[in-house]
Design a protein around this ligand. Structure first.
Ligand code: ATP
Ligand code: MG
Length: 378
């Protein structure tokens, strides 16, 4: 596979002028690495004489970028990202970057540059809670989930989605890091000193472990709609008006509540990190409720089936919210919102509260029936 770099990217794009035709021929191009992620290379390519003209190029090497070639990971992950981007552009184009070009041999995606956008996570960290974001993301999830939902499609189309989105390698990574490793002795786990008691309590709570197992089983076997698979607040970019979803390399045909759960969990993590700021906390509660409101409005089905379907999705979402919260405290990948808390005593308090709430959501998910009830538990 041809691994691109800053120097070789301009020629790569010129060679494909016929297919991409974004820049005028013969313009001089500048490229810069902008990716701060772990898995892939992300570059911004700009027209040297017109800095307003730019695009983003993402390439997946056949290994994990930050760990290097000794840690293989199939580049096909970008095939799933490009396929999901196509479906998103079909059903919710306002909420994703435009896909300009996909090269499966080189595992390269060329897409719209969301210039001037920020990561949603960074906004939440500084206490900026814009209510139009959960509205837009609720609408995005509702549109995509509903339009790709088994019960809304004929069998041929269901089979096509199942086949196109059989992203088993990435799915099993999530299964390990979200559902398994955090609750076993695993070398990638780490957590703040002082949490041992809580963690051991979780690991020996049989009722809790049974629910984790049930949710893992749902995650691995239920196939209901196109699921982004990594929809945390670092996979959403925002401007003052618009929210856009990126980084769908984990996309699979699965239990759609996994997206709702990850999105909610990352708002809840932010909620606990703002322990001293009731105003921000109250806005986050509203945001969580707002997400479900627009989500359900977008879900198209006849009404009896719709309410049953949404009830199932809701209970699963609540469970997945809990799991995402826990693994962000005791697993391999933590979140900046909490990791940045400097006062170690404060951090421990926040993390203890997160563990407690996550555990409740997982154990009580069948009893929590509305989003207001869930938020009232905060
Ligand atoms: N279309 C885009 N427009 C502008 N910036 C982008 C775009 N796509 C990605 N970025 C920037 O590059 C960063 C990394 O992108 P992305 O999350 O897709 O990469 P990744 O390597 O898959 O990350 P991860 O390790 O989290 O999976 C984003 O956080 C964002 O700052
Ligand atoms: Mg990614």
């Amino acid at each position: 596979m041809m691994e691109l770099n800053r120097e070789t990217i301009p020629q790569y794009l010129r060679d494909r002028q016929g297919e991409i035709s974004f820049f005028d021929t013969d313009v001089e191009l500048l490229s810069d690495e902008i990716g701060d992620g772990n898995l892939n290379f992300v570059y911004r390519v700009t027209d040297k004489t017109n800095s307003e003209r730019s695009l983003v190029l993402k390439q997946a090497p056949p290994y994990i970028k930050i760990l290097g070639p000794d840690y293989p990971l199939p580049s096909e992950r970008l095939t799933y990202e490009s396929r999901s981007l196509e479906v998103y552009n079909q059903f919710a184009s306002e909420s994703v970057p435009t896909l300009y070009y996909f090269d499966s041999d080189a595992a390269v995606i060329v897409m719209e540059d969301l210039r001037g956008y920020r990561l949603l996570r960074d906004d939440l960290i500084i206490g900026k809670v814009n209510q139009s974001v959960p509205e837009q993301i609720g609408r995005f999830m509702g549109c995509v989930h509903s339009q790709t939902y088994t019960k809304n499609l004929d069998e041929t189309l269901v089979n096509k989605y199942q086949k196109d989105f059989a992203n088993t390698v990435m799915q099993s990574i999530t299964a390990d890091y979200v559902f398994t490793f955090p609750f076993t002795e695993h070398e990638t786990n780490y957590y703040t000193e002082g949490l041992e008691g809580e963690v051991n309590q979780l690991k020996s709570d049989l009722q809790f472990l049974e629910q984790v197992d049930e949710l893992k089983n749902i995650f691995l076997t239920v196939q209901r709609g196109l699921t982004h698979g990594d929809l945390h607040t670092g996979s959403i970019m925002v401007s003052d008006e618009t929210a856009k979803v990126i980084d769908s390399e984990f996309a699979f045909y699965g239990p759609v509540g996994f997206d709702v759960g990850l999105f909610w969990a990352n708002y809840v993590l932010s909620y606990f990190s703002h322990i001293d700021n009731i105003k921000v906390q109250s806005k986050i509660k509203t945001a969580i409720i707002q997400t479900w409101k627009t989500y359900t409005e977008q879900f198209k089905m006849d009404s009896a089936l719709k309410s049953r379907t949404l009830q199932i999705i809701f209970h699963e979402s609540v469970g997945f919210t809990g799991l995402e919260m826990l693994r962000r405290i005791i697993g391999a990948a933590h979140v900046k919102d909490i990791e940045n808390i400097e006062d170690i005593h404060q951090k421990l308090c926040v993390e203890t509260a997160v563990l407690e709430f996550g555990k409740i959501l997982i154990k009580e998910r069948h009893k929590i029936t509305t989003v207001d009830e869930m938020v009232d538990l905060l």
